[in-house]
Ligand binder design. Structure first.
Ligand code: PEP
Ligand code: MN
Length: 336
């Protein structure tokens, strides 16, 4: 249920109403917009007397929200969420664009620092790199683990770029203390215990859409994180499994971008690398995602794609990324 307050509702009366609603056993999510305050009521709202609430002189309107997702719902929070990244003032969402680039896997110090320097020069504002890798085969490179995070931190020190890296097991959380954005991969989108634990942290979480996940399932997974206390969630469309698998690795669901922007206040990032699986397709899908309204992109870049330990086929060279970044910024300019 949402209660929209009148624009002249005093802070004291608003606070009294919130306290009273909490005493009824409800969770109250307050969204303070420029002109209105929206109270999102979560929990058993069946017994709330809507007419009584409506009759209060500080209340403008009261409506029931029938969607199963509440805290992520744009009805609860009409303005775009702006997610703070790191501690140097960078944000993502609400007009701030995130260009996340870097290799699929962190392989060694020279590789990650070298790629970080190149993508930064091209205009990326975050560095990605996997250290705990969810590989289909147990015989494939599994990532450098804690050592990979240490190398990412070296690259962060060298370039100032905030770092984004994937967590697979909550028992490794301590290693992520200096990581700026924790990624939840497509294979863990519905690992609800992991989501609940990440909800107890205050780190931004980049939540990928599941391999065959619906938009509603993605939103419900984000709801898990927020319901556990962490509102810093970034959604990521990375392609879904369809009957096509010969010419593209996954099918990029570009329509998910405007759909999500309608349904939720959370920022939406697109990963055209995992969505297509082929470097030659990454550029056009990246540009299309920007045109569709994405708040950011996550793109795999490797100094030597042919010899990459994972996902070389979909990785751009630093030169190709440099060229693409110029075109990304041109599309951004054309949209304003
Ligand atoms: C990745 O970003 O390297 C990754 C494994 O992505 P996904 O979870 O989308 O497959
Ligand atoms: Mn990858």
């Amino acid at each position: 249920m949402i209660a929209v307050l009148k624009h002249d509702a005093s802070p004291e009366r608003t606070e009294m109403l919130i306290e009273w609603l909490k005493k009824q056993g409800l969770g109250v999510h307050v969204s303070q917009g420029e002109y209105t305050t929206v109270l999102g009521l979560i929990g058993n709202t069946k017994n709330v007397d809507m007419d009584m609430l409506r009759s209060l002189d500080i209340v403008e309107s009261v409506t029931r929200v029938t969607d199963p997702f509440k805290a992520v719902n744009r009805k609860f929070h009409p303005d775009d969420s702006v997610i703070p990244i790191g501690n140097a003032g960078l944000t993502l969402g609400g007009g701030s664009f995130g260009l996340i680039a870097g290799p699929c896997s962190v392989e060694c110090c020279d590789q990650i620092v070298g790629v970080a320097q190149r993508v930064k020069l091209a205009g990326a504002n975050m560095l990605r790199g996997g250290s705990f890798k969810p590989r289909t085969s147990p015989y494939d490179f599994q990532g450098l683990g804690g050592e990979g995070i240490r190398l990412l931190l070296e690259a962060k020190k060298a370039t100032g770029l905030p770092i984004v890296t994937e967590i697979m097991d909550i028992r490794t959380l301590d290693l992520f203390e200096d990581v700026d954005v924790i990624q939840v991969g497509a294979r863990n989108t519905q690992n609800f215990d992991l989501l609940k634990e990440l909800g107890k942290t205050n780190k931004p979480i980049l939540l990928k859409r599941g391999l065959a996940g619906t938009i509603k399932e993605l939103l419900m997974s984000a709801e898990y994180i927020i319901a556990s206390g962490n509102e810093n969630v970034i959604l990521c469309e990375r392609g879904i499994r369809t009957y096509e698998s010969t010419y593209t690795r996954n099918t990029l669901d570009l329509s998910a971008v405007p759909v999500l922007k309608e349904l939720t206040h959370l920022p939406v990032v697109v990963d055209p690398s995992h969505a297509t699986g082929r470097a030659s397709l990454v550029g056009s899908m990246a540009l299309a995602a920007v045109a569709a309204g994405a708040d950011g992109l996550m793109i795999e870049v490797h100094n030597d794609p042919i010899h990459a330990l994972s996902d070389g086929a979909q990785s751009l060279t630093p030169d190709a990324f440099d060229d693409l970044a110029k075109r990304i910024f041109k599309i951004r300019e054309a949209l304003v």
